[in-house]
Design a protein around this ligand. Structure first.
Ligand SMILES: NC(=O)c1ccc[n+]([C@@H]2O[C@H](COP(=O)([O-])OP(=O)(O)OC[C@H]3O[C@@H](n4cnc5c(N)ncnc54)[C@H](O)[C@@H]3O)[C@@H](O)[C@H]2O)c1
Length: 263
């Protein structure tokens, strides 16, 4: 296999959820730069449009799509409309996610249900919808988290969804492997995005930069490589898993965390 060709996505169609911000925006950009036509889907339509504008500026092809990944009918429509528009779906990146920090002893049922629906059920719905239309050689990548390796106070509902996402990834890999469809995960470590900034943002919108920077330094110090990840680092891992370069890899989780956890 030609080296550059192994990582090219020319002729491929990719759907990326949560593409309006952070890691999803970087993934959309990288997949488009590799030649894929990208559907950038997000709950926030405006941010998805901004992602596609950025892709177009860089010479790529992307269309924006509003979706709530917690809604199974909406996820099915996202996949079906993509196939109607572009003829096929080759790559699905289930990336949209939220984190609501609260001790598990205080998590109310409706909040737990929402985190579960956005972070975990969405992976089930996305993989099911994609499995119905994907051809051999297709790839699904689920954005998990380094939290699958740790327990930290206040992140229990989020951790439950990401650990569950890992289980779905592995089981779908087993079930879809015989059809030539690969299913893998990317587990980012602490990354400067909307999710990590939210913890340091006051209800009034004020951002506590020094607290944010201090946490970033602590996270970097805890990793063997002495650094935290940037969205592009996870995007490059997604590109590997989406492309032919990883044609013999399925059911795997790539940890993009400077070595903060290993498995
Ligand atoms: N930033 C980190 O440190 C980190 C670490 C590990 C894993 N992750 C995971 O990376 C993924 C991307 O998050 P991020 O860090 O880029 O944060 P982000 O907040 O910048 O991006 C998340 C995006 O998902 C979208 N979204 C939220 N709910 C949605 C819904 N119901 N339907 C569709 N879109 C929805 C948001 O509008 C936003 O654009 C998430 O799954 C997150 O759990 C992030």
């Amino acid at each position: 296999m030609d080296l550059a060709q192994a990582f090219r996505l020319t002729g491929k169609v990719a759907v990326v959820t949560g593409a309006g911000s952070g890691i999803g925006r970087a993934v959309a950009g990288v997949l488009a730069a590799a030649g894929a036509r990208v559907v950038a889907a997000d709950l926030d339509a405006e941010s998805a449009e901004a992602t596609t504008a950025g892709v177009a500026k860089d010479g790529g092809t992307a269309v924006a799509r509003q979706v709530d990944v917690a809604d199974p009918a909406a996820v099915t429509a996202l996949v079906d409309d993509t196939v109607s528009r572009f003829g096929h779906l080759d790559v699905l990146v289930n990336n949209a996610g939220i984190m609501i920090r609260r001790p598990l002893t205080e998590v109310p049922p409706d909040e737990f249900d929402r985190v579960l629906a956005v972070n975990l059920k969405s992976v089930l719905y996305g993989c099911q919808a994609a499995a119905r239309v994907m051809r051999p050689g297709s790839s699904i990548v689920n954005t998990l988290s380094t939290i699958i390796d740790f327990a930290t106070a206040g992140t229990g509902s989020y951790a439950a969804t990401k650990k569950g996402g890992e289980a779905l990834t592995r089981t779908f890999a087993v079930e879809l492997g015989p059809r030539g469809i690969r299913v893998n995960g990317v587990a980012p470590g602490w990354t400067d995005t909307g999710i990590t900034r939210q913890r340091h943002t006051d209800p009034s919108g004020g951002f506590r930069q020094s607290g944010f920077d201090e946490l970033g330094h602590r996270m970097a110090a805890a990793a063997p490589l002495g650094r935290v990840a940037e969205p592009i680092d996870s995007a490059h891992a997604v590109l590997y898993l989406a492309s032919e370069a990883s044609r013999c890899v399925t059911g795997h989780v790539v940890r993009v965390n400077g070595g903060a956890s290993m498995a």
